[in-house]
Design a protein around this ligand. Structure first.
Ligand SMILES: Nc1ncnc2c1ncn2[C@@H]1O[C@H](COP(=O)(O)OP(=O)(O)OP(=O)(O)O)[C@@H](O)[C@H]1O
Ligand SMILES: [Mg+2]
Length: 494
């Protein structure tokens, strides 16, 4: 790719970007939220036509204006938001729009299933091509996406934050698969915010900042600090380190859960959070963390146990009732639950606090503008036009809008489920600072995260969930290392 420029209206998002992708390499693409990573790859994919620049594949100039052009050029993509049709089978998805047909011209499902099985065998994974996609877990959806690209003979495979929804062991499986693809000569572009992953999997790295390449080099020659500095354009002021906030041990208990159970997953959870405290929830996928968050936020009803706030037992019949009691939930899945995508950034921010932007019975444009400016600045949301649809923001910036929106409701209890997923490293430390500040005002925070360095940086106490139960409780000071916590989560520590 040479001199790639991409503008959306007057906004130039890519400003003359060069990138070489070599057969059999893993090429990391890094940069802050909104730097232009996804846009650069969408250009290669024919989702957005380029404004100017040239693309060559194997030495031949190609015009990529549609996704069909990209497919013909051998470029495949594993989308951040999956593109599969849940009600169809694995094989049907892999051969969608290119159905395998028999002599009679009818769709031949058997032949498609055999072809799919062959691809999976080549990857060394077992998936039933006849299974409907909706019956499979997220990790398998991704494998189906990869198989779909391979069925089209892709020689370049783009993965946009592929590990965001994977558990630890699934990540390791993905890396093994990537090694296999590499050895077949397939080039992989790997977009990620996680430094450990980049160092583990990538051969070379290109870093974008504000739509320009600021670093392109072999990963082995670089330290993590050098990569981070290229990404954020300065040294990281405060890394992910724990700060003891000197909690009063006699602070009143704000939230108390006693023997909470719900649905099939959640069996028995008991925990307390004091005023000013940040309690972290750790556990494997499926251990019940998200399910517990949903009960606290009034989205699911407990089938056993009690929940009290400030010493009074509460029973929420709706999420609104929980909100009125001072609880805010930042949900795990921002696209489904966190945002109204076709609404503007400003409308999304104002939605839960409409009373504050009214003047009498009417919406006050002045107050709306004030609120928007204040939150966009405080949370560093990178947005060209806050009155345009939030769907135009980069992934990480959408997540910042979700966090800003809920903290701004000034809840008494804030429940955050994987709040920094897809957020760049500079912003992550800023969000953790905001959470600490919020807790220090005497509020309670329940912080769920699968990223242990982050959990260890922010939580004063960590409750480890296991098979739907609150299994252990650890003071931050009693945890010596990330490895120790990892072992406890896996159930392998004494
Ligand atoms: N369809 C669009 N219309 C207008 N602006 C857009 C559109 N798509 C992306 N942008 C803008 O282009 C810029 C780059 O976005 P992009 O999604 O490429 O960032 P990114 O590097 O992938 O960030 P993240 O790490 O948050 O995913 C952002 O400022 C975004 O708002
Ligand atoms: Mg992106």
């Amino acid at each position: 790719m040479r001199g790639i420029v991409k503008s959306f209206g007057p906004v130039e998002v890519l400003k003359s970007v060069d990138m070489d992708i070599v057969a059999g390499e893993v090429h990391a693409l890094a940069g802050e939220n909104g730097a232009g990573k996804s846009t650069l790859m969408k250009v290669l994919q024919g989702v957005h036509p380029i404004t100017s620049g040239t693309i060559e594949v194997a030495g031949q100039p190609v015009a990529i204006r549609t996704t069909a052009d990209a497919e013909r050029a051998g470029i495949g993509m594993v989308f951040q938001e999956f593109s599969l049709i849940p009600s169809m089978t694995v094989a049907q998805n892999i051969f969608l729009n290119r159905e395998v047909r028999g002599k009679s011209g009818l769709v031949d499902d058997r032949a498609a299933e055999m072809a799919a099985r062959e691809i999976f065998d080549g990857l060394g994974v077992t998936i039933d091509p006849k299974a409907r996609v909706e019956t499979l877990g997220t990790a398998y959806w991704q494998l189906v996406e990869i198989a779909k690209a391979l069925a089209k003979n892709a020689s370049v495979l783009v993965m946009d934050e592929p590990t965001a929804s994977l558990a630890k062991h699934e990540v390791e499986n993905l890396f093994e698969l990537i090694d296999k693809l590499k050895s077949r000569g397939i080039a992989i572009v790997y977009i990620s915010h996680r430094m450990d992953e980049i160092r583990r999997v990538a051969d070379r790295i290109t870093v974008l900042r504000d739509g320009r390449v600021v670093l392109a080099a072999g990963v082995a020659q670089l330290t993590a600090a050098e990569i981070i500095e290229a990404i954020i354009g300065r040294r990281l002021a405060s890394d992910l380190v724990y700060r003891d906030r000197q909690l009063a041990t006699d602070a009143p208990i704000v939230l108390e859960a006693t023997d909470i159970g719900s649905g099939r997953v959640l069996k028995s959870v008991s925990l307390t959070i004091r005023a000013g405290e940040i309690v972290g929830l750790a556990g494997l996928m499926g251990s019940g963390r998200t399910e517990f968050a949903r009960v606290v936020a009034g989205m699911d009803r407990p089938t056993r146990g009690t929940l009290s706030i400030d010493g009074k037992v509460v029973r929420f019949s709706t999420p609104i009732a929980a909100q009125q009691a001072g609880i805010a939930l930042i949900p795990e899945d921002r696209r489904d639950q966190g945002l109204v995508l076709e609404h503007s950034v400003s409308e999304n921010l104002a939605l839960p606090v409409l009373d504050r932007v009214k003047s009498g019975a009417f919406l006050s444009m002045t107050k709306l503008r004030e609120l928007t400016n204040q939150l966009v600045t405080r949370f560093g949301v990178k947005v060209a036009d806050p009155y345009a649809p939030v769907s135009r923001l980069s992934g990480g910036n959408q997540q910042k809008v979700v966090v800003a929106k809920w903290i701004n409701t000034r809840p008494r209890i804030l429940v955050m489920d994987e709040p920094t997923s897809g957020v760049d490293i500079g912003t992550k430390t800023e969000i953790l600072d905001i959470v600490r500040e919020f807790a220090s005002e005497g509020n309670a925070v329940l912080f769920i995260s699968s990223e242990l360095p982050e959990l260890l940086a922010v939580a004063d106490r960590i409750v480890v969930f296991r098979e739907g139960r609150s299994d252990r409780e650890l003071d931050r000071d009693d945890i010596a290392s990330e490895e120790q916590l990892q072992l406890i989560i896996q159930g392998e520590a004494a």
